[in-house]
Design a protein around this ligand. Structure first.
Ligand code: BV8
Length: 256
């Protein structure tokens, strides 16, 4: 695919494709929040989270059980980052498509802050804004104060430890959300993929699933990796730069 640039018609082709698609959804990753100032995980830059931290030491059950203070400290640092940022232009233009469902791997709430109705956002990897009880038999959950998150503490209901409500490596995705995301992607005419390295499964498998059921795929990413090979149209560039002209004047829906 020719990558998008100011002087080629990739953007026009993508707009035409979206305009004639009855059922469209967006599938996003950390790149969607990059222009808000939140670090991505795998970008080739020193600020990327996995450039500085080892995910196996921080984003897994074993890591939490081995060193819970360290893990909570890291997530509270990320929470303090989120407290200081706002949605960017990409979040805002996606939010303007109020009938389009947002399937996201992101654990931030910038799509909701931009105006997307919470029920229109499928958080496949959970939410950093909440703590849950680490005891899977206990359903305690509470909203966290991003500006002043609590240090490691115990569940007030059962006494087990509280932990961020995110999906760690080796943990299953939230069953109902995952089922609905797969069901939606099997019925799409077009999947708009924004800012994901498409390297984390099973979430990344949604792109292939959508294609297998006949959906077209548009990818928006300055340095698309795996997702690029599944793209019918690849628009090489930042989401905040491409999504506004891409979606201007369109009225997209996931379930018309
Ligand atoms: C599971 C925690 C069942 C939350 C994260 C096959 C099938 C099933 C499982 C596996 C499988 N193969 C391997 C696995 C295991 C594993 C996995 O996928 N490992 C990978 C690394 C090989 N998967 C799991 O463990 C999952 N669970 O499968 O359960 C199971 C149960 C038991 C045993 C086995 C299986 C759980 C996965 C969730 C892990 N949690 N994080 C948190 O702390 O945030 S993963 C982490 O990566 C984040 O959640 C993030 O959302 C996710 C994906 O990353 P991206 O969002 O894509 O971000 P990245 O930095 O990688 O890329 C950014 C992109 O943006 C780049 O392309 C860049 O170019 C672009 N960009 C940059 N700037 C911009 C931009 N784009 C646009 N505009 C810009 N301005």
């Amino acid at each position: 695919m020719e990558p998008y640039s100011d002087n080629n018609d990739g953007l026009l082709q993508a707009r035409e494709l979206l305009a004639r698609s009855q059922r469209v959804a967006a599938f996003s990753g950390a790149g969607l929040s990059a222009e808000s100032g939140l670090a991505t995980f795998r970008d080739p830059d020193p600020d990327a989270l996995w450039s500085r931290f080892d995910p196996t030491e921080l984003a897994s059950v074993d890591a939490f059980e081995a060193n819970p203070e360290r893990v909570i400290e890291w997530y509270n640092w990320r929470r303090s980052m989120l407290a200081g940022v706002r949605p960017n232009a990409a979040h805002r233009v996606l939010a303007a498509q109020s009938r389009m469902i947002q399937i996201t791997q992101n654990v931030d709430n910038l799509l909701e802050q931009a105006g997307v109705a919470p029920k229109q956002v499928y958080h496949l990897h959970g939410s950093i804004l909440h703590d849950i009880c680490h005891n899977s038999a206990c359903d305690y959950r509470e909203l966290v104060q991003l500006e002043n998150p609590s240090p490691l503490r115990d569940c007030p209901r059962c006494g087990a430890r509280l932990r961020p409500a995110v999906v760690w490596f080796g943990e299953n995705l939230p069953a109902k959300t995952w089922y609905r995301a797969q069901q939606l992607c099997a019925e799409l005419d077009c999947l708009l993929v924004v800012g994901t390295s498409a390297t984390v499964y099973p979430a990344a498998g949604l792109i292939t699933l959508a294609r297998q059921y006949g959906s077209s795929v548009i990818v928006v990413d300055p340095n698309a990796g795996e997702a690029r090979y599944a793209a019918d149209i690849y628009l090489a560039g930042a989401a905040g730069r491409i999504l506004p002209p891409l979606l201007a004047g369109l009225d997209l829906a996931s379930n018309p």
